[in-house]
Design a protein around this ligand. Structure first.
Ligand code: SF4
Ligand code: SF4
Length: 600
């Protein structure tokens, strides 16, 4: 084993030297411009003491929002003498928005809501905000660039005061995302469907404007959660693009294998704290663990993990760090559980995808755990339970890197695709084809027809209540992924399960409440085919005999409109005519009875 580990170590080094990470040398950027107009908020003693140390700013506005924190006489005397020439406004903030170079702060002044920058500096905005109050001025998990909050008990006062003048000048930030509205499942015809990106953004940088998803690149921190949560691939992370990341992984794994490495496991980590931990611990890590630096941990999701596993990677480890935003941790936990449920359902060990922390990367415990769990990959227990996603983390959350048991998956990346959904299903198809559960034994029952997935999963089927559906095709009109299509000439509804992201748009658009969604993963190729899920007899025009509508639709109209004054007597028969014959019939009638024009 020692020999194998040193071989893997050498193979890892060789692969990392040969294949360079996909750094984006000239990413698209957004610019910020600041001159140093600073607003300081908080208690008067603290804002004056801070202002006294910030002489290099273009202007300082003091806004006193809370009572003095330290009532010691000497402290108050010193504070009131500091920045003594600056007036301090005393009022509450009504609203604050913006980012570095563009902060707008509204306050209540003489019974009116006014912009503080205009009042204090005759400017439209502030460049920077330093908040020394107890509570943040922003409710988002990640505040915008240019906003600094030092709570009274924080110990970073001097550091921030020192840093602030560095925020004067011109700055650039990458545009982390591209949005393809054509495949977004957010909204259609007044109905709201998918809101997954809106729900996870920790910076409130995503909004729904006139039913379209929009990302504010100035507020965006590039945390990556929206692209990982997006079921259609409408949001693509650009640092790097998933196709480039997959290409890099493919080349790296190939180089590792060529250099004699075995059982590669990937350790995904972010470029800051994660990179520091990996740099510190790399020498202790088993040689088969290959670190992969991402811009942010949440920037790679299910399609990347599954592609790597399908390519023969034995384990994927996501390195959690204290700086990972809580919303991103929750998202990754949910996505990892969903993927584990899929893996378990196919007979793979769910330990092949894990979130770990620094402690679990400790070399000694790793060796111990390896020896205890050396047969991890042979346990083909199937866990196919929707409760799993909501269940707490498994009691044994120790790191289980099996470096002795061969994986059953092939060492080749699945076929490459541009579309997220295609990438994901190419990987799943490969994993299904190689699934241990194919080898049915008393311990490993055969593959089921489908895996039941937790509520909210972006995979599943649509069921139609045939007694309610009139085949009005409202659902087809709103479906953003062409999962639902019409039967063409035939009054029918077709469904392609692989395309369905369970966005709910069809369910909400259906006037008859005839649609229900069921999250699941269909394992057979039927998933890729358009299957007829409802059909009706065609109603033939009573005049020209052309089939023109589903029979149930006409029956329903006859039933609903039989009492209407416009459809009394022979006129009710017009509902049984195609559009052309109906128009002809109306004009013939009006020619014969011109007085009827007055009734229209
Ligand atoms: S499809 Fe993607 S971009 Fe559209 S709302 Fe859902 S998560 Fe957001
Ligand atoms: S079939 Fe319904 S739930 Fe599925 S993608 Fe289309 S509109 Fe959304």
């Amino acid at each position: 084993m020692k020999n194998e580990q040193s071989l893997n170590n050498l193979a890892r080094q060789a692969a990392q030297q040969r294949v360079l990470p996909p750094h984006n040398l000239a990413p698209a950027t957004v610019g910020f411009s600041t001159q140093g107009h600073l607003l300081i908020t908080g208690s008067e003693d603290m804002i004056r003491l801070a202002a006294d140390q910030l002489q290099d700013m273009a202007s300082i506005t003091l806004l006193c929002t809370e009572a003095i924190q330290n009532t010691d006489n000497a402290h108050i005397e010193q504070a009131l003498a500091a920045a003594a020439t600056l007036p301090a406004y005393q009022t509450k903030i009504e609203a604050v928005k913006g980012f570095l170079g563009q902060f707008q702060v509204s306050i209540r002044h003489e019974e009116q809501s006014i912009e503080l920058a205009k009042l204090a500096q005759n400017r439209a905005t502030f460049d920077l905000i330093l908040n020394l109050g107890k509570n943040s001025l922003f409710t988002t998990e990640l505040a915008p660039a240019g906003y600094f909050h030092i709570a009274p008990d924080a110990d970073n006062f001097s550091d921030v005061i020192q840093q602030l003048p560095e925020y004067i000048g011109e700055f650039e930030k990458p545009r982390y995302f591209q949005v393809n509205q054509d495949i977004c499942a957010h909204s259609n015809r007044g109905q709201t469907g998918c809101t997954r990106c809106l729900d996870v953004c920790p910076a409130n940088a995503i909004s729904s404007i006139k039913d379209l998803i929009s990302i504010d690149p100035y507020l965006c921190h590039g945390a990556g959660g929206c692209s990982t949560a997006c079921p259609t691939g409408a949001i693509t992370y650009t640092l790097p693009k998933p196709t480039r990341l997959l290409d890099y992984l493919h080349k790296l794994l190939h180089a590792y294998k060529e250099a004699g490495g075995t059982q590669p496991a990937l350790l995904l980590h972010d470029h800051e704290q994660g990179q520091q931990i990996v740099t510190e611990l790399l020498a202790q890590l088993p040689g088969n663990i290959i670190p992969i630096q991402l811009e942010e941990l949440a920037a790679a999701g299910q399609e990347i993990w599954l592609s790597a596993l399908a390519a023969g990677v034995s384990h994927i480890l996501l390195l959690d760090t204290p700086t990972l935003p809580e919303s991103m941790r929750a998202l990754l936990t949910r996505e990892v559980r969903l993927t584990q449920i899929m893996l378990s359902g196919l007979g793979y060990s769910e330990s092949r995808l894990q979130i770990i922390d620094r402690e679990q990367l400790n070399g000694n415990s790793l060796e111990l755990i390896n020896s205890l769990l050396a047969d991890q990959l042979n346990s083909h227990e199937r866990i196919n339970s929707p409760e799993l996603l909501n269940s707490p983390e498994p009691a044994n959350n120790s790191l289980a890197i099996d470096i002795t048991t061969p994986t059953t998956t092939p060492a080749a990346m699945p076929e490459q695709h541009d579309n997220k959904r295609d990438v994901l299903f190419a990987a799943l198809d490969q994993l299904i084809a190689q699934a241990p559960a194919h080898e049915s034994t008393p311990e490993t029952p055969p593959l089921p027809a489908h895996l039941t997935l937790p509520a909210g999963s972006p995979f599943g089927q649509v069921s139609i209540d045939p007694s309610s559906c009139t085949l009005c095709l409202s659902c087809v009109a709103v479906c953003p992924t062409q999962a639902l299509t019409s039967g063409g000439e035939k009054p029918a509804l077709n469904f392609t399960e692989q395309n369905c992201v369970q966005c709910n748009l069809c369910e909400r658009a259906c006037p008859e409440n005839a649609i229900t969604l069921e999250p699941r993963l269909l394992l057979s190729d039927t998933r890729k085919q358009a299957v007829e899920i409802h059909a009706d007899e065609a109603f033939e025009c009573i005049t020209c005999s052309m089939p023109f509508a589903p029979r149930r639709t006409i029956d329903k109209m006859l039933d609903k409109l039989s009492e209407h004054r416009m459809f009394q007597g022979a006129a009710i028969n017009r509902l049984k005519m195609c559009a052309d014959c109906r128009v002809k019939d109306i004009y013939t009638d009006l020619n014969q009875h011109p007085e009827k024009q007055l009734e229209l």
